[in-house]
Design a protein around this ligand. Structure first.
Ligand code: GLP
Length: 262
C-alpha cells in the first residue's frame, strides 16, 4: 500500500483529481471505476475544471460506479445515477451511454448483478478504481463481514450506514435498506485502486484498513492484498495511524516520491 498524507483535505482532494486527470490524458480510453459520497464532491469539481482547462479528452472513457441503492429509479434525486450525472458526467461532457451503474429498479437483482460483472469484463476490466471508505470500514456498499471474494450482489445496509446517508433523502423518506454493490473480489480485480479519506470521522476506519488485521470485519482491509493500492489521506484521517511518521518519511507532504507500491 502506498500511503500519502496531505496537510489538508483540499490538497488530498486535489491530488486525487490530478491522478485522474493525468490518467485520462495518458490513456483517454481508460475504464475508470467511480465512487460517490460527500468525499468525492470536491474531487469531481476539481476534475471538471481540469477537463475544461486542459482539454482532457473524455469521449472514449468508460466508467463503472461501485454501487446503487436498490429500489430507486435512476431518476430519483438521491440515486447515485442522479449524483453522477449532476456532479460529473453532465458538467464534464462524458457521454452517458459509456457510463454504467447497477440498475437498481431491475426486476431481478441477481441477474442485474451478474450482468454488471459481465459488462465490466466485456469492457476489458477496470484500469483504475476510485474508492471512499465508510466509517465502519466499508468500500462500495460492502458492509462488515462481506466475503473478501465477493462479486457484485445485493447487500443489506447496516443501520449506521443508513443513518450516515439519511441526509441525502427527504425527511419523509428513509434511506433504502439494500444496495447493489460491486463485491470486494470485483474491486480487487481492478488494475489499480485509489482510495481517498478525509476528516477525523474516518480515522479509525483508516487505521483498521491500513494497519489492522486483514479481515471481513473491516472490508477495506482487503486492499492490503492489492498490489497497486494508493491511499490518499488528509492529516485528520491519518491521525490514528501508528506508523504515520514512517509514511510521512517515505512521502513527505503526501508527494509520491516512489513509483513502486507494496
Ligand atoms: C457510501 C458509498 C461509499 C462511500 C461512503 C462514504 O456508503 N457507498 O462508496 O465511500 O458512502 O461516504 P462519504 O464520502 O460521504 O463519507
Amino acid at each position: 500500500m502506498k500511503v500519502l498524507i496531505h496537510n489538508s483535505a483540499e490538497l488530498a482532494q486535489q491530488a486525487v483529481a490530478d491522478i485522474l486527470t493525468a490518467r485520462i490524458l495518458a490513456h483517454p480510453a481508460s475504464v475508470i471505476g467511480l465512487a460517490t459520497g460527500g468525499t468525492m464532491e470536491v474531487v469531481y469539481d476539481r476534475l471538471i475544471r481540469a477537463i475544461a482547462r486542459e482539454a482532457v479528452p473524455v469521449r472514449d472513457l468508460v466508467t463503472f460506479n461501485l454501487d446503487e441503492y436498490w429500489g430507486l429509479a435512476p431518476a430519483h434525486p438521491a440515486s447515485y445515477r442522479s449524483y453522477m450525472n449532476a456532479r460529473l458526467f453532465g458538467p464534464a461532457g462524458i457521454p452517458l451511454e459509456r457510463t454504467f451503474l447497477p440498475v437498481a429498479d431491475a426486476a431481478d437483482p441477481a441477474a442485474e448483478s451478474d450482468a454488471y460483472e459481465l459488462r465490466i469484463r466485456e469492457a476489458g476490466g477496470i484500469d483504475l478504481q476510485l474508492l471512499g471508505i465508510g466509517q465502519n470500514g466499508h468500500i462500495g456498499f460492502n458492509e462488515p463481514t462481506s466475503s473478501l471474494a465477493s462479486r457484485t450482489r445485493l447487500k443489506t445496509l447496516t443501520q449506521s450506514t443508513r443513518k450516515a446517508n439519511q441526509q441525502y433523502f427527504g425527511a419523509d423518506e428513509a434511506t433504502p435498506e439494500y444496495a447493489i454493490t460491486m463485491g470486494i473480489g470485483t474491486i480487487l480485480d481492478a488494475r489499480e485502486c485509489l482510495l481517498l479519506a478525509t476528516g477525523s470521522n474516518k480515522a479509525e476506519a483508516v487505521s483498521r484498513m491500513i494497519e489492522g488485521p486483514l479481515g471481513a470485519h473491516c472490508p477495506a482491509s482487503a486492499l492490503q492484498l492489492h498490489p497497486k493500492a494508493t491511499i490518499i489521506l488528509d492529516a485528520d484521517a491519518a491521525s490514528a495511524l501508528e506508523l504515520r511518521e514512517y509514511y510521512q518519511h517515505v512521502h513527505p507532504d503526501g508527494i509520491d516520491r516512489q513509483p513502486t507500491h507494496g
